[in-house]
Design a protein around this ligand. Sequence first.
Ligand SMILES: NC(=O)c1ccc[n+]([C@@H]2O[C@H](COP(=O)([O-])OP(=O)(O)OC[C@H]3O[C@@H](n4cnc5c(N)ncnc54)[C@H](OP(=O)(O)O)[C@@H]3O)[C@@H](O)[C@H]2O)c1
Length: 321
Amino acid sequence: MFAVYAAEPNPDAPLDALVVGERPEPDVPEGFVAVHVEAASLNLHDLWTLRGVGIKAEQFPMILGCDGAGRLDDGSEVVIYPVVGDASIAGDETLDPRRSLLTERLQGTFADVVVVPTRNVLPRPAGLSAAQSAVMGTAWLTAYRMLFVKSGLRPGQTMLVQGASGGVSTALIQLGRAAGMQVWVTGRTDDKRSLAEKLGAHATFASGERLPARVDAVFETVGDATWSHSMRALKPGGAIVVSGATTGPNPGADLQRLFFLQLRVIGSTMGTRNELADLLTFVANAGITPEIGLELPLERAEEGFRAMEAGETGGKIVFTH
Ligand SMILES: NC(=O)c1ccc[n+]([C@@H]2O[C@H](COP(=O)([O-])OP(=O)(O)OC[C@H]3O[C@@H](n4cnc5c(N)ncnc54)[C@H](OP(=O)(O)O)[C@@H]3O)[C@@H](O)[C@H]2O)c1
């Protein structure tokens, strides 16, 4: 079958490991279903996989793509939940120490067919296209958990999103606006800040710019480049919710500020299957149109990878069949 995959890990030139070609048709073991993929979305996680981060060398070749939407053999329309874990662990599969994401052990969604455990498909809500549904499983689910499960923010409070145009950032902006938060965003260029305003940001700022007031919570996926600004942006008692560290994982902790202002740093990763179901309902009920910046046929996936690697994002990047 047609597939886009990582041939081998390549830490220095990840796109040299990208292959647009053919992989064998997959078997469907007991307890699994085959999803005929209609749309799949790109995440920075796919670039990490090409670099060999978060995946064992013996797992290559690996079909890329954590997220997707498609049809089962009986024609029913489904959205894929990418976390493969045991939900009996504390009621939360993201706490299962043996959990994995699609593309870490199981093959991913950038293919004609992906085979996943039966519990990893959810019905696609009416009103969401295959492309819109295909962005929900990773970036949007991560944003949903950061905002609604971890941050403790109430409608009307002020949130700062570091980064304007990325997958998680655009999801945070759209979800925060729909939920009645005061949404502030930093972005690296005028175009990126304009996008944030179009998506509902109440105010935008250049990266690192001094803010007019302190905020209740900051949403971090950038890491080293924005961390100290995030720490300075918070009201006493405020929270940084962090789910990524694109520019480096070990920012200066600013410990004095952390204890003196009683700040909270809260880690967040993906979300549960139930949270994905709730996210799909919220997006459909609130009439949110998830921002897709670039939609390409799967055959042209490399263009999407190059745009993401260059930081040329404007919402999610989606590949269609
Ligand atoms: N823990 C989890 O479950 C989870 C889930 C999803 C993603 N993540 C992580 O979250 C991060 C973002 O993922 P994504 O898919 O949203 O990536 P993406 O679409 O490529 O977005 C990258 C974002 O980072 C910002 N950025 C990059 N370099 C920057 C710099 N030097 N200064 C300021 N901002 C910078 C960009 O801001 P501009 O708009 O200003 O360019 C953009 O908003 C990745 O590290 C990813 O691995 C983690």
